[in-house]
Design a protein around this ligand. Structure first.
Ligand code: SF4
Length: 270
């Protein structure tokens, strides 16, 4: 799904990454995001029983493991991507601390707000722990989906599917963000995918922002009018472009965050 937005932003980047398979420059921000998501998922999956310290430790271990692995593959830190020309060593250290504080924020926010995670209606109510082993639980956490939209196969993971407190019987799709990019199209896709694959009604979506430690926007993004056809249109357009071999470059601001800019003769990255 992010492929579509990537193709729309710069089809040449899509080409370098997915067709030419150019080696991508590592970035600490992606390890920060992955390690944060693991901690948030575990915390919710275990019914918020783990302590804040345990979750921070989980983040720290995963982040360090991923950074070390990437450093072994690419020891030249000058080649790593960072924002605002920050030295990569400093960026790695800063994001370690930032990720830890975002995990703390999430744990505290979740304990106070108690989001009600969707659980597949399989006869288990999700609360009587003794009953749990009898059920192969499917929860609205890192929920994998595969749906066909306009003849194009779309796959992805939804961070969270939670009950909407304002509308009984309806749900919200939630994206946990450690960075600043928010994608309404991503929420729209999640809505359509959940309704199509699970038959669960989704009326809203939102982002939990690590930078603020809360939801944005609090009342959610209204997704009630989003249709499958509308979302499918963008996937179909991308699919047609790829099949026709159309990969125009779109140099600009985003070149500074492009992991394959070293292989691009149009790059505006400095
Ligand atoms: S460097 Fe810029 S123009 Fe080149 S592929 Fe990346 S985003 Fe596109």
């Amino acid at each position: 799904m992010s492929q579509t937005e990537q193709y729309e932003k710069c089809a040449y980047r899509f080409y370098l990454q997915r067709v030419e398979r150019v080696q991508e420059r590592p970035a600490a921000w992606s390890f920060q995001g992955t390690a944060f998501h693991s901690a948030a998922e575990k915390f919710e999956k275990e019914y918020r029983e783990p302590s804040e310290e345990e979750m921070v430790q989980l983040f720290s271990d995963q982040y360090s493991k991923m950074v070390n692995g990437a450093m072994q593959k690419e020891p030249n830190l000058d080649w790593w991507m960072t924002a605002n020309k920050k030295p990569a060593g400093q960026d790695i250290e800063d994001r370690y601390k930032l990720g830890q504080s975002q995990v703390r924020e999430y744990v505290r926010w979740s304990e106070v707000n108690q989001p009600e995670i969707w659980v597949e209606d399989d006869g288990w109510n999700g609360y009587d722990i003794e009953d749990a082993p009898r059920y192969d639980l499917k929860m609205g956490l890192e929920l994998y989906f595969k749906v066909e939209l306009g003849g194009v196969q779309v796959r992805g993971y939804i961070d969270q599917l939670v009950r909407d407190e304002d509308k009984p019987g309806q749900y919200r799709v939630r994206d946990l963000k450690t960075g600043s990019t928010k994608s309404p199209f991503q929420l729209e896709t999640y809505k359509v995918a959940v309704e199509k694959a699970l038959g669960v009604k989704v009326n809203k979506g939102d982002w939990w922002l690590g930078s603020k430690g809360t939801l944005s926007p609090k009342k959610g993004v209204d997704l009630s009018q989003v249709t499958e056809e509308q979302v499918a249109e963008r996937y179909v357009k991308m699919d047609q472009g790829v099949k026709a071999g159309k990969f125009p470059a779109n140099p600009g601001f985003d070149c500074g965050f492009c992991s394959v800019s070293h292989a691009c003769s149009f790059s505006r990255a400095r």
